[in-house]
Write a protein that binds this ligand. Structure first.
Ligand code: 5GP
Length: 391
């Protein structure tokens, strides 16, 4: 476990609110209890329980969303989550979250995302590189910090990119808003909207602008998540297709429950990555391998939610054996009381992988990130420098 903690790692499947610290969740629930919004004792045991079924997990998410509604809290959780991942040597993370609206407190999907970005900006303990221009090829692993007494110390660096999640409870329109949150709220183009002559120009400009603005705050892709027994693929497809056509990368929660028709439709869509892949069978299983779509593997999550009965029968083994692209992830480190290091450690013991294999597995994840090649180059340098420092 200690060794797994020491190596650089890449996290590609982490939900912001699912990665909340237990201590923060307890504190926020207690505060809300004091204001009479909820009865704290009703929730305390739910928070402290660790072996939750899939149904209980989604109940817990409802509680988490009750206590994490305002901008300040979203910024705080973002800060803590990134600090936690950085503390165990995650050097690149794609953090996903569903932008939420709440008219009562003036929260829009855009302001929700701005709160996330504020959270990233507020981190002092580590160097957070989340804007494309934060790329610094000279010092990929650490930057230097100078305190008031002119002492120079190396600071850890973590590269952060964001994925916007579409929740399966959302309508087509909501999903489209998640993809286009920049587009809908950008007032600079309002004069053009008034002028029919510019309709064509507007259409093209907004699409380009959307892609550029999303990049500016480090958004690189879209995820489809939420309760897998809710909603229909046809509802989300238009927004996902629109996102794809505009250059956003797509990852889908796929095959979390037995639903061969949906799995087939998702594979036909050909996303850049999928999450979980627990209930694949027959042709779909073969097709997944044939298409070589990278799978985000969340071992603890799959066991806790009873999607997989035990690690002995986990599909990781089959996929690993045929060299299928895989990346070890946490899913919800808070909800499932896990960490990336624990997940690697679990993979090592469950599937008999040695240090060399684990290191290679961690390094291979670089290939499946949604950020550009420049970042891939930097991450490869980070892994190289780890090896050099050991020698
Ligand atoms: P948020 O998007 O609020 O930051 O993160 C929590 C949300 O992520 C949950 O409400 C749920 O929609 C989604 N999520 C977290 N874990 C899982 C999972 O294991 N499966 C699915 N399908 N969705 C999840």
């Amino acid at each position: 476990m200690e060794w797994c903690q020491s190596i650089p790692k890449v996290e590609l499947h982490a939900h912001l609110n699912g990665s909340i610290r237990d201590s923060t969740l307890l504190e926020l629930a207690r505060d809300l209890g004091e204001t009479g919004v909820l009865v704290f004792s009703d929730f305390e045991h739910v928070i402290l329980k660790s072996d939750r079924s899939l149904v209980e997990v989604f109940k817990l998410f409802d509680l988490i969303h009750m206590v994490t509604t305002d901008h300040t809290t979203i910024s705080r959780i973002t800060r803590e989550v990134i600090e936690d991942f950085a503390s165990e040597n995650v050097v690149y993370i794609e953090l996903r979250t569903t932008p939420k609206k709440n008219k009562l407190i003036g929260m829009s999907k855009r302001s929700y995302m701005e709160a996330v970005v504020e959270g990233l900006k507020s981190i002092n303990s580590v160097d957070v590189a989340f804007m494309p221009h934060d790329v610094d090829t000279h010092s990929p692993l650490n930057s230097l910090s100078i305190d008031n007494n002119c002492n120079v110390t190396p600071r850890k660096r973590i590269y952060v990119r964001l994925l916007l999640s579409i929740d399966r409870r959302e309508t087509t329109e909501d999903a489209m808003e998640t993809v286009c949150w920049q587009l809908k709220l950008d007032l600079k183009f309002a004069p053009l909207i008034m002028d029919g002559m510019f309709t064509f120009f507007l259409h093209c400009s907004l699409q380009v602008k959307l892609a550029l603005e999303l990049k500016d705050v480090g958004v690189v892709g879209i995820d489809l998540s939420g309760n897998p027994i809710v909603g229909e693929w046809t509802t989300f497809w238009p927004a996902l297709q629109f996102a794809k056509e505009n250059g956003l990368a797509i990852t889908l929660h796929c095959g979390e429950v037995p639903n061969p028709k949906e799995i087939q439709a998702m594979l036909d869509f050909w996303p850049q990555r999928i999450g979980h892949a627990c209930f694949f069978e027959g042709d779909n299983w073969e097709k997944l391998k044939h298409l070589n779509i990278p799978v985000e593997i969340c071992l603890t999550s799959n066991i806790r939610t009873n999607s997989i009965s035990s690690l002995d029968v986990h599909h990781f083994a089959d996929l690993y054996k045929v060299n299928h692209p895989l990346v070890i992830c946490t899913d919800d480190s808070g909800v499932f009381s896990t960490s990336v290091s624990k997940e690697y450690s679990l993979a090592a013991s469950a599937f008999g992988l040695g240090k060399k294999e684990i290191f290679q597995l961690a390094r291979d994840a670089i290939e499946f990130i949604f950020a550009d090649n420049e970042i891939k180059k930097i991450l490869n340098q980070v892994f190289d420098s780890y090896v050099t420092n050991l020698a």
